[in-house]
Design a protein around this ligand. Structure first.
Ligand code: PLP
Ligand code: COI
Length: 363
């Protein structure tokens, strides 16, 4: 029943944007503001497994008001980009890793697992019709947002037996309005994004819902992201609302919080660990207390801090603020290690450096 059907029915949009409209969007896309002309949809039910795969015009979904996603939050998603190389070809980065993470998220949210090949094929099918939306401008890209919802109409609280998977795509420039400039981070001590035994390691909508109030507070303090601490002791750093974090020590050691069960296993994080190891740098995945960060930055032992993720790529963190304190300097230039790792990663993604780990997949 769960044999993947890779025969996608394609219904082209009858009113795609004109080349001129598209070019205007691609010239200054921002992040998450615009969507391409098409989307992917695949249905799931217990009897048929995954079926009815299609590419269709981008547009609203029809949902039964009793659909489980609307009541009990059974929703998971991914974030992955397509990059245009100088020769015009279009590539994506480690899609099997995102496909597997979507399966782990599905598992945690008691949703059906989408076969990894079908995940990769869904990106390929969307790019086949919307390839003109993959920008060739600077370091812009096409950001895919694959997501899955439980759409069984039933109000009893149990895992839904029906689901749907979609992929939409959005032309993307830098995630932060100021581009690659250092950002300021707000330490949340009132709120956690995840709990011990909770869904922190899954990429589910609920985690982001929990991060929005602290995120609002961060904005009010002039900060662009929230740093969350571990939910048990409130002492160790975990991650930002939508990014992992790294500290760079003066002696060259690169440190990131160990996967704790409540942190999202970032694919950018893992790639950076690999690139750092390849350079012969010492890398550590371990518990890092918030005091270690504060004291290290103040004493100069920690020379750089950065955030990373598909949307953020690698973004320098200039300053950490919280109730009654601030460390770092937002106006200091971005760190050298941060910027050279960023350059190496994007050079691989955009085909300017050899892909020695076979991370790129042609779409
Ligand atoms: N942590 C959170 C909470 C995220 O939302 C993201 C973004 O996807 C990441 C980390 C980074 O993950 P990745 O590098 O796979 O994009
Ligand atoms: C991503 O980087 O793909 C995310 O989902 C994070 C979010 C800040 C857009």
């Amino acid at each position: 029943a769960s044999q993947p059907s890779t025969a996608f029915r394609v219904t082209p949009s009858s009113s795609p944007r004109t080349a001129q409209q598209r070019e205007a969007i691609l010239a200054a896309p921002g992040f998450g503001n615009h969507f391409t002309d098409h989307m992917v949809a695949i249905e799931y039910d217990k009897e048929q497994g995954w079926h009815g795969a299609e590419v269709r015009p981008y547009g609203p979904l029809q949902l039964d008001p009793a659909a489980a996603v609307l009541h009990y939050g059974q929703e998971i998603f991914e974030g992955i980009k397509a990059y245009r190389h100088a020769d015009g070809s279009i590539w994506t980065f480690r899609p099997e890793a995102n496909g597997k993470r979507l399966q782990r998220s599905a598992n945690r949210l008691a949703m059906p697992e989408l076969p990894v090949e079908l995940f990769v094929e869904s990106l390929r099918q969307l790019v086949a019709v919307d390839h003109e939306w993959v920008s060739g401008v600077g370091e812009n890209s096409l950001y895919f947002r694959p997501f899955m919802i439980a759409n069984e109409a039933f109000l009893g609280v149990r895992a839904a037996q029906k689901a749907a998977y979609y992929v939409i795509a959005s032309p993307a420039g830098p995630y932060f309005a100021k581009g690659v400039a250092p950002v300021s981070i707000w330490l949340s001590t009132d709120y956690a994004r995840a709990a011990k035994g909770g869904t922190g390691a899954a990429k589910c909508g609920g985690n982001y819902a929990a991060s929005l109030l602290p995120q609002q507070k961060a904005y009010a303090q002039g900060c662009s992201q929230v740093l969350f601490l571990d939910p048990v002791e409130g002492k160790y750093i975990e991650e930002l609302g939508g990014m992992n974090v790294f500290l760079v020590y003066k002696n060259g050691t690169i440190v990131t919080p160990a996967l704790s069960g409540s942190i999202l296993e970032g694919i950018t994080r893992e790639s950076i660990l690999q690139l750092a190891r390849d350079r012969g740098l010492k890398v550590e995945e371990r518990k890092i207390s918030i005091d270690e960060w504060k004291q290290g930055v103040t004493s100069g032992e920690i020379s750089e801090v950065f955030a990373c993720g598909t949307a953020a790529v690698i973004t320098p963190i200039g300053e950490l603020k919280g109730e009654g304190f601030s460390v770092g300097d937002l106006n200091a230039p971005a760190g050298e290690v941060t910027m050279s790792l960023r350059k190496e990663l994007t050079d691989i993604q955009y085909g300017r450096l050899p892909d020695r780990h076979n991370w790129l997949v042609k779409l």
